[in-house]
Design a binder for this molecule. Structure first.
Ligand SMILES: [Cu+2]
Length: 618
């Protein structure tokens, strides 16, 4: 080995060792706050690696390479032990730690440097290598070490927050804890339910389910009822329940890390609220939502109106994925049959609970089509539309979380069918599974699928007075720009985030409001996919799409479906004090950064999200 070759090989070992040292220094501050001995160890290890790098340049020798090899192997051994059996000296002794990107990057650099040390030990007096071969052998180390060091240092400097409070107590500014925002006492009829979350076998798969079924049981109450639900957690992980679309007091909103601590395994939590608004709603976990909803933790909630007589046939159709599967189902079945006789009035309450992937501009949207009878879209997101006109077969866009109530009269002969329900395509090129619902018996007229129009909520029904739609000025106006694939360091790794105004959760500036404010949101989609933007505790009035005011019935939604390139204006009255989430309901987008809060003046939350509490709302 000639001198040039030795120098080149030394420098690749130096770079690899310095890269690992940089990651250890960057991770030290987080480790100091987590556990003092770890912090000290990381700083000492960083200095040892810097010292080794200097020695490799100044005094290279066979003994040094041998010592470097042994020392680096020991560091890798400690890392392996901490990730498999756990360490005797640790915040929790003998509990394995999770592998994060920074420690993976540092270990990879150390492992490659060990190979270089071994080569130097073997080849110290060996034959010459050609320049080309030398370049080929050393190039990976020269390219990899800066790259891994950059990624590892960036990841280590932006860890998952230990304890992030979306609305902290501030002396003199906040005085009310959102814990105190509960339903007032009253003599409403009490409807009590128990939902036990536990592991359950569904279709040969292990699901996480409420009361042993996916979807969970339908909770059906009357308008004005006091609803009392006890969540019992028999899962191996913490969980919570959010009441989607129905306005509940803030302390009952079920968002882990914002309105409560996630309910630990073996624990329970009692939710209580008054069902003031009739309509079609649903409930689901809001802890680690991205993992818990697809495993089966969801169900429907129907509030029947007090005034009117019940419809002859009133069916809730929950469209959902099957646990651990890309297949779609309605109420657990791919081909559901429902009873109805000629002349019956039928109400179908469609709920989109499919945790879709985001391939393509409409990949997140269900497009169910009702065939066989004229129908009206009586309600969207549980809220009645004014004088809805009868429709023929149309695609009805439903983003995840959204609902549509379809009402029709059974024809004198033949069945009515709901088709066009699609499962998740795991890859952009794969064909999704489908599901259908048949109501009644007999033949259904065929429909040419490709020529169907798409339902347009901006020009359906008849205009009516609406306090938000008719408002001439707003107290708070906020623009929210949706972007996808934004590169950033986040939660301990390098991520392509989904962002609101270029920021990712939990670090998105909240919308600050005061009780009674009229709030206007201008939501602009600059990404290439569709986002159902969901608000907690409030109802949007749709004002305009792409600058054009809506011309039909007032439309009240808790999620607005914003397609690529579109912009929507929505307004709402800040009439429900608390700390409320505003997030995309495509679960991977919410977890990927599209999640923020609406904070009421004077209110704080004592709960935090992050590694200390284990609360992960998305
Ligand atoms: Cu989204």
């Amino acid at each position: 080995m000639n001198r040039d070759e030795r120098v080149v090989r030394s420098y690749s070992a130096v770079l690899l060792t310095l890269g690992a040292a940089a990651i250890h220094f960057a991770a030290a501050s987080e480790h100091f706050s987590e556990y003092l001995p770890y912090g000290i160890f990381f700083v000492l290890l960083g200095f040892a690696q810097v010292g080794l790098a200097i020695a490799l340049v100044l005094v290279p020798s066979r003994r040094l390479f041998g010592a470097a090899l042994v020392g680096t192997l020991a560091v890798i051994g400690i890392w392996l032990m901490s990730r498999t059996t756990g360490m005797p000296i640790a915040p929790v002794p003998w509990r394995p730690e999770e592998i994060a990107f920074p420690d993976f990057a540092a270990t990879l650099l150390e492992a490659i440097s060990c190979l270089v040390f071994i080569r130097r030990l073997r080849h110290l007096n060996a034959r010459r290598a050609g320049r080309v071969r030398l370049a080929l052998v050393t190039a990976p180390a020269f390219l990899l070490s800066p790259l891994m060091a950059f990624g590892g240092v960036g990841g280590a400097l932006s860890p998952m927050p230990a304890a992030y409070d979306t609305a902290p107590f501030v002396a003199g500014q906040t005085s009310t804890s959102m814990v105190d925002l509960v339903a007032p006492d009253g003599a409403q009829p009490l409807k009590e339910f128990t939902l036990t979350a536990a592991l359950t076998a569904v279709g040969g798969q292990t699901a996480w389910a409420y009361n042993g079924t996916v979807p969970g049981p339908e909770l059906r109450v009357r308008q004005g009822d006091r609803v009392n639900v006890t969540l019992i957690n028999h899962l191996p992980v913490a969980t919570s329940i959010h009441w989607h679309g129905i306005n509940v007091p803030n302390a009952m909103d079920g968002v882990a890390g914002i309105t409560q601590d996630a309910v630990a395994p073996g624990g329970r939590f009692v939710y209580e609220f008054i069902a003031n608004e009739p309509g079609t709603y649903w409930y689901h976990s809001h802890q680690d939502t991205m993992n818990q909803i697809p495993r089966g933790l969801f169900g429907s909630l129907v509030v029947e109106p007090n005034a009117s007589a019940p419809t002859v046939r009133d069916y809730t159709l929950m469209i959902h994925g099957l646990p651990n599967s890309d297949a779609v189902a309605v109420n657990g079945s791919a081909s559901l049959h429902l009873d109805a006789n000629p002349g019956d009035t039928v109400r179908l309450r469609l709920i989109d609970a499919v945790s879709a992937m985001d391939f393509g501009p409409t990949g997140t949207v269900q497009m169910p089509v009702l065939m066989g009878a004229p129908y009206t879209v009586a309600a969207l997101d549980g809220h009645d539309l004014n004088q809805p006109q009868p429709l023929g077969p149309e695609r009805i866009p439903l983003g995840m979380g959204q609902r549509a109530d379809l009402v029709f009269t059974m024809p004198s002969a033949g069945a009515v069918r709901l088709v066009g329900i699609r499962g998740i395509a795991p890859f952009p090129w794969s064909r999704p599974t489908t599901a259908s619902v048949t109501i009644g018996t007999g033949p259904v007229p065929a429909v040419n699928f490709s020529s169907l129009p798409t339902f347009d909520l901006t020009r359906y029904g008849v205009p009516a007075p609406d306090p938000v739609l008719d408002a001439t000025r707003f107290d708070v106006t906020r623009q929210i720009v949706l972007s996808g694939g934004v590169p950033m360091f986040r939660n301990g790794t390098f991520d392509v985030a989904d962002t609101f105004n270029g920021q990712a959760s939990p670090f998105i500036q909240p919308i600050n409001v005061r009780l009674g404010d009229l709030v206007r949101l201008h939501i602009v989609n600059r990404s290439r996919t569709t986002h159902p933007i969901h608000i907690h505790g409030h109802i949007f009035s749709v004002l305009a799409k792409n600058g054009r005011p809506i011309s039909g019935s007032p439309v009240h939604l808790d999620a607005i479906l914003v397609g690529p390139g579109d912009n929507w204006d929505v307004g709402f009255v800040a009439d429900n004090p608390g700390i409320w989430m505003l997030h995309c309901h495509v679960l991977i987008h919410a977890a990927g950064g599209m999640s923020m809060t609406i904070n009421y003046h004077g209110i704080y939350t004592p709960f935090t999200m992050g590694t200390a509490s284990g609360n992960i709302p998305e």
